[in-house]
Design a protein around this ligand. Structure first.
Ligand SMILES: [Fe+2]
Length: 376
């Protein structure tokens, strides 16, 4: 048996209206707060709400609200420039994975200089990072429980995984009310992303006794609750379960990494503009079929299936396909604008993704090409 080193790390505060207590939590870290967010979150009124709480705790607040979807190193540079020479005591990432990851990136370049590219990899932080509070407004990435930021290179759109123990948020504020304003398509895609995280972390090469319960519980909660929130966006219990599922899956990723569905998804997002969760959801059933051709991996998927009262790997795959239907999402990549040409290039790029090495079954370019063709 090998040595294990596992930490839950992030304090989690969970419940409706938790955002209204943000000021109390933030005051524990000092008097000046830099909020990183995006224009949609401002328009939804969530930033005002968070900043009211910060102001009522007597904190000085400045804000960067320019984060774009699928952020690049340019977003991190713009956020850093907006901070200027102001010295906050704390960063708050308020939004989807994009805003929280840009806050993490800004934290890195503020402390150590340079650009986001300088921090591509693990353990590259320089100096002392500021504490970060993550306030997710989607139930998706799980970045609130991770020491990694995913930021793309501005020119190539290649996703850079940048991780350092210092980047782990000190606190995650999970307020299901913030997710009730999401457009249905965003609820669907982020939910499919969470499900992809639960399924992939269950089987990766780095899976372990500590990540497994988080994968199983994340899948159990998300597969049951995603249809409920699609049906009734104001169902707070189901919204809460989706947020917990996303964070649990985030803990699983932190300890188990991801696999081939995420490797395949990144080039689809970079070149054909598919939302991340959509791309993951479309290729995931094929990846599960492919991996489960190996009996020992099939057994792991069965464990995940049993936790959700599904009794076999084929029932699991069927459920993944059914969830696409419930999200009103066409199953084929071509229906989402992916051409039938250029598949080899996408497969080559998928193989270069960081996550490919953690897939439980070795993958070649030909394997990835076949998976893409099957999903076309
Ligand atoms: Fe993902």
């Amino acid at each position: 048996m090998s040595l294990r080193d596992f930490s839950l790390g992030t304090r989690v505060v969970f419940g409706p209206n938790a955002t209204d207590r943000l000021g109390t939590f933030a005051a524990e870290f000092g008097g000046r707060v830099f909020v990183v967010t995006d224009p949609h979150i401002v328009a939804a009124g969530h930033v005002d709400r968070a900043e009211r709480s910060l102001a009522s705790a007597g904190l000085e607040v400045r804000r960067y609200e320019g984060v774009r979807e699928n952020p690049t190193s340019a977003d991190v540079a713009a956020c850093r420039a907006a901070l200027g020479d102001w010295n906050p005591d704390l960063l708050v990432g308020l939004g989807g994975g994009s805003s929280i990851d840009v806050a993490k990136g800004c934290n890195l370049v503020r402390a150590g200089g340079g650009t986001m590219e300088d921090y591509w990899g693990v353990g590259k932080a320089k100096g002392t990072l500021l504490p970060l509070i993550a306030v997710p407004t989607t139930a998706g990435t799980g970045t609130e429980a991770q020491s990694f930021a995913l930021v793309a290179q501005e020119d190539t759109h290649q996703k850079m995984a940048c991780g350092d123990p210092q980047m782990l948020p000190r606190l995650a504020v999970l307020d299901p009310i913030l997710t009730t304003t999401l457009p249905p398509f965003v609820t669907a895609c982020t939910g499919l992303d969470t499900i992809g995280h639960a399924v992939e972390t269950m089987v990766t090469k780095k899976r372990n006794a500590f990540s497994r319960p988080f994968s199983v519980e994340a899948f159990r909660l998300a597969h049951a609750s995603l249809p409920l929130v699609l049906d009734d966006p104001d169902n707070l219990d189901a919204r809460g379960d989706m947020m917990l599922a996303a964070t649990f899956a985030g803990v699983a990723i932190e300890n188990s990494m991801l696999g081939a569905a995420h490797s395949l998804a990144n080039p689809l997002t970079a070149h054909h503009d598919l939302a991340h969760g959509l791309a993951v959801g479309l290729v995931l059933p094929g990846v599960v079929r492919f991996n489960s051709e190996h009996a020992e991996i099939a057994e792991l998927y069965e464990g995940l299936a049993r936790g959700a009262r599904l009794n076999s790997v084929s029932a699991l795959v069927q459920r993944l396909e059914e969830l696409l239907d419930l999200c009103r999402i066409e199953h084929s990549l071509t229906a989402h604008g992916v051409p039938t040409t250029g598949v080899t290039g996408l497969a080559e790029e998928a193989l270069r993704q960081w996550t490919a090495q953690f897939n439980p079954r070795e993958v070649t370019v030909q394997d990835l090409e076949r998976l893409l063709i099957a999903a076309l």
